[in-house]
Design a protein around this ligand. Structure first.
Ligand code: NOJ
Length: 569
């Protein structure tokens, strides 16, 4: 009963928050305490092909997104990152851009996009786009000109070289997508370089004209009202000008090729100069830059923030995103080190390039409980979280069943070891109707059968659903100062089953305890050593039937359950 009343109260408060959202043009650069907007923001990544289909052609579109803004607002989302929605032959589903300053006709028009911006702004939601800086589509007019002759105006906008000897590529580099990295172009009898598919030729960022044109692309969108970019594949922007062969490393990759140490074509120091330049432009518009930053250490991640915060405000912590098992020790290590770095962390547990978190962390039996547990982890940490669409309803991965069904070329090249990324990009599940209510016609990718239970409509009506758990969590995140700004203090650090921590803000704190095991666990928490004296303890949110702390301060946690309480003087 107490819980139901609590839920009801939260729903009323959430409604009040929607009604009280800022009117158009009132998006604030900082909050009352001077924190930049992006530190207070819950980001939501959506894949436009799969989010909402307004014209029933089986593919999502811009008007579909506009129609779902109230859903996003109600969920507690403050900003949306839309993966590439620019004109594209769709070889890599938008990551092969043929025009940076327009909208893919299949998704709508620039006018539709402007309407989306205005409607989002009205609700206090910001829009971010994806900046595909490393490469264009081979259909982009720059590349068309570049390949037309060795003396064309855009020849040096891409990376062209003679073969080592006739019939052999310039060096041993390979594409990360399972093909060679060099393609011979008969017209001019030279090879061009592409770190991704042959249809995605790499831009030559050593050419100042490329830099100027690409910086202007960001200005074009900032002027329209876009609040920032997620920067795609930043590590790949530069290559060794001498094209030195890469050394091989132990083992084979998923395409059955010897692993390569990409010393000469990844993470070259010149990348940081470009990031500083992009940041200068972003600062003119109070915009944010999120980085697709795959790193193997916190020191490496720190570089992307730049000296004196001169590069990315939000480089993603992919080490946290890929822990891939319910390991308190592993999470503690990752969270502890990013916090110790003094930077503002970016936490996520899934995206359009990795199997859905529901499957990566789920054990096949307690998947819903584990989905809530993971939400309670990354949405209560100090930092900016990025939700991947569908995570909030427990969407499952739906890998293709046969090679013929695969849409992502990577899956075709690597089948069956590498099935590609279709599984995590399936249509958003809105209702229990056929195709998850996504479209009136056959969607471009099939929805899994779990859509009949895991969808927005069904879960909205169920107080114990994953969706309602997300809503409550995000509500708390927006309203508890300790969750927004409090320092992170790890607790009980040798516990192999329960991950617990405090978020302490001035005299108060929020305590989070997460049972990552399949057995009941009891943890004790004494607030006194943390300067929290004469404390009043109130349960804010639990998943499972977790008991309120007893007199002796012990908390009983059901398997895979989350517990969140507030401590005030
Ligand atoms: C990273 C993106 O997330 C991925 O989806 C894309 O295929 C590559 N970059 C190439 O742009």
């Amino acid at each position: 009963m107490q819980r139901q009343l609590y839920n009801l109260a939260l729903s009323i408060l959430a409604l009040a928050a929607v009604l009280a959202s800022p009117a158009q043009g009132q998006l604030k650069a900082t909050d009352a305490d001077g924190h930049p907007w992006w530190q207070q923001t819950v980001f939501y990544e959506l894949y436009p092909r799969s989010f909402a289909d307004s014209n029933n052609d089986g593919i999502g579109d811009v008007n579909g997104i506009t129609a779902k803004l109230d859903y996003l607002k109600d969920l507690g989302v403050d900003a949306i990152w839309i993966t590439p929605c620019f004109p594209s032959p769709q070889v890599d589903f938008g990551y092969d851009v043929s025009d940076y300053e327009n909208i893919e006709p299949m998704y709508g028009s620039l006018q539709d996009f402007d309407r989306l911006l205005a409607a989002a702004n009205k609700r206090g939601i910001r829009i971010l786009l994806d900046f595909v800086a490393n490469h264009t589509s081979n259909q982009h007019k720059w590349f068309q000109d570049s390949r037309s002759s060795r003396t064309s105006a855009h020849r040096d906008w891409y990376i062209w070289r003679d073969g080592k000897v006739p019939g052999q590529p310039p060096n041993n580099w390979t594409s990360t997508f399972g093909t060679p990295a060099w393609t011979f172009d008969p017209t001019t009898q030279q090879y061009y370089y592409h770190y991704f598919y042959p249809e995605q030729p790499d831009l030559n960022w050593r050419n100042p004209a490329v830099e100027a044109a690409m910086f202007d692309v960001t200005r074009f969108w900032y002027k329209r009202g876009v609040a920032g970019f997620r920067l795609d594949a930043v590590d790949s922007l530069f290559e060794d000008p001498n094209l030195t062969d890469n050394p091989f490393s132990a083992g084979m990759d998923t395409f059955d090729r010897p692993n390569m140490d990409e010393k000469y074509n990844q993470k070259l120091p010149e990348v940081h100069g470009v990031l500083r330049g992009l940041r200068k432009v972003a600062d003119e518009y109070n915009a944010v830059l999120i980085g697709e930053t795959y790193t193997s250490s916190i020191d490496e991640l720190k570089h992307y923030y730049g000296d004196h915060s001169s590069e990315l405000q939000l480089p993603m912590d992919m080490m946290f995103a890929t822990v891939d098992r319910l390991s308190p020790a592993e999470f503690r290590k990752q969270i502890g080190s990013v916090n110790a770095s003094g930077q503002w962390p970016v936490f996520l547990i899934g995206n359009h390039d990795m199997a859905r978190s529901y499957n990566r962390y789920g054990d096949g039996i307690h998947d819903d409980a584990i989905a809530k547990l993971m939400a309670a982890l990354y949405l209560t940490l100090r930092g900016s979280p990025i939700l991947y669409y569908g995570e909030e309803i427990g969407m499952q991965n739906n890998d293709p069943k046969s090679r013929e069904d695969v849409r992502d070329p990577q899956g075709k090249i690597g089948w069956p070891t590498e099935k590609g990324r279709d599984g995590e990009r399936t249509p958003m599940q809105w209702t229990s109707d056929v195709n998850g209510g996504f479209s009136g016609s056959k969607p471009w990718l099939p929805v899994p059968s779990s859509a009949s239970t895991h969808n927005v409509e069904t879960e909205s009506a169920d107080p114990s659903s994953i969706l309602n758990f997300y809503k409550r969590l995000l509500f708390l995140r927006h309203h508890e100062k300790a969750l927004l700004e409090g320092e992170y203090i790890p607790l009980d650090e040798s516990n192999p089953y329960v991950l617990s921590f405090l978020r302490r803000y001035q005299g108060e704190a929020v305590l989070v305890a997460l049972n990552m095991s399949g057995t009941d666990r009891t943890v004790a928490f004494d607030p006194a050593p943390y300067g929290l004296t004469a404390t009043k303890r109130v349960v804010l949110l639990t998943s499972g039937r977790t008991a309120i702390p007893s007199r002796d301060s012990t908390i009983k946690l059901q398997p895979f359950s989350a517990y969140i309480e507030k401590l005030t003087p």
